[in-house]
Ligand binder design. Sequence first.
Ligand SMILES: Nc1ncnc2c1ncn2[C@@H]1O[C@H](COP(=O)(O)OP(=O)(O)OP(=O)(O)O)[C@@H](O)[C@H]1O
Length: 203
Amino acid sequence: MVQKGPRPLVFFGPSGSGKSTLLKRLLKEYPDKFGFSVSHTTRNPRPGEKDGVHYHFTVKEDMIAAVERGEFIETATFSGNMYGTSKRAVEDVRRSGKTCILDIDIEGVKQIRRTDLDPLLVFIMPPSIEELERRLRARNTEEEDALKKRLEVATKEIEYGQEPGNCHITIVNENLDKAYAELKNFVSQNLKDNEPEPNASQE
Ligand SMILES: Nc1ncnc2c1ncn2[C@@H]1O[C@H](COP(=O)(O)OP(=O)(O)OP(=O)(O)O)[C@@H](O)[C@H]1O
């Protein structure tokens, strides 16, 4: 079945390559055009959190069963709680007329490619591993062990992203403004039914 609404826009690439930086800029410039899917979690709601808005709150047994039925694009466990993005949540954003933005790892990319969600795959590549390491160190968000692990995984992710057919565009994020211009150009070429119209006139 051909789905109505704009295709989901998937960002993937090594940790530190600049995915969040680029997608935040896109969301800031076009707040009405893009949206995020609502994730599922088995953790308890915090005060003020609404089911279906902040998360779809569920229990482990149900979530495991849904994962086994193939309903999830990706899942992860943090401090004993499961989190995940369901196909349904991505479809919901699409039905609202917005482009659903996803920032996922390559296992998630492999999963979403097996669905009928027809995603546009944007691979964000660092200029070099050395520069990636410099940026991760400057970001100062990881302990040394976690940083080393991210750099190890980065090589595999770069290999996957560079294999023909695994993405629709590779953006080398050397100069941020140039990388963002490439992203905007790709988006406006490929999401015609969701043509970005800036809410601010200055570019
Ligand atoms: N073109 C660029 N030049 C220099 N620094 C950059 C550039 N793009 C992003 N950065 C910086 O590099 C760091 C990593 O970027 P960001 O956090 O966006 O990466 P990410 O791919 O989202 O990482 P993660 O997967 O770990 O969330 C940030 O501190 C960001 O400000």
